[in-house]
Design a protein around this ligand. Structure first.
Ligand code: ZN
Ligand code: ZN
Length: 225
């Protein structure tokens, strides 16, 4: 793909590394660009915070650098990351566009994004205001996103198809790229390789899945299985 700034391109831009995702109703969408940055963590998290925010025994969480996830620009200001001012955001977006990245969809992000400051000045949880789907979080400390991969675009299950009568925005195509599904190549880069916060508070015992289990974060806590 043509670029106006070849110095930023280390290697060919790979469309297979664009990963579209959205909430249950489709009002909120994002795209992960694994050309820009790879996950620093991909794990199943058993912490009580993830359990409660998601209503799930554990969640798959994917840590990504700021520039690798494209929402509407106002998102960062909404989640209380004022150091990411609109110039910084615009520069990052222009940089991606120069490298062949699709332009952001128009509209007002702040009307759709619900945020909750889960750790004061450190972490904001993100949710769709329309359908309440949990989307992930913004971390000031990591200067990056957590994305919960259940939001990644896949073929709808029969249950999801059955509930779509209510949905005015149920096209199975990314708003950003026209892409329908994340590629197998992208999934290989996002596959969870361990369990974190696997302690007595867990509500699900994982047997023989071949992944290491840690009482807290990998590399910063004891391995328990
Ligand atoms: Zn929604
Ligand atoms: Zn967690």
């Amino acid at each position: 793909m043509a670029s106006t700034d070849a110095s930023r391109l280390d290697e060919a831009y790979d469309e297979d590394l664009l990963v579209p995702g959205h909430c249950a109703c489709g009002a909120l969408s994002f795209i992960i660009d694994l050309n820009v940055g790879r996950p620093s963590t991909s794990a199943y998290c058993h912490c009580t915070r993830c359990q409660r925010f998601n209503g799930a025994p554990f969640v798959h969480t994917l840590h990504l650098p700021f520039a690798a996830v494209s929402w509407m620009p106002e998102a960062c200001e909404d989640v209380g990351a004022p150091h990411l001012d609109s110039n910084t955001l615009q520069e990052a977006q222009m940089d991606r566009e120069n490298r062949g990245f699709p332009k952001a969809r128009g509209g007002s992000w702040s009307e759709l994004l619900e945020t909750y400051e889960a750790q004061a000045g450190r972490k904001w949880k993100l949710r769709c205001k329309v359908c309440s789907s949990p989307m992930g979080s913004w971390s000031v400390v990591r200067n990056g996103w957590s994305i919960w991969p259940p939001t990644i675009q896949r073929a709808p299950s029969t249950a999801e198809e059955a509930s779509n009568h209510n949905n005015t925005n149920n096209t199975p195509t990314s708003h950003f790229t026209g892409k329908q599904l994340a590629s197998q190549k992208a999934w290989r880069l996002m596959r969870p390789d361990h369990h974190q916060f696997y302690g007595p508070w867990r509500s699900f015992d994982v047997q023989d899945d071949g992944r290491d289990k840690f009482i807290g974060y990998k590399g910063k806590s004891e391995r328990v299985a």
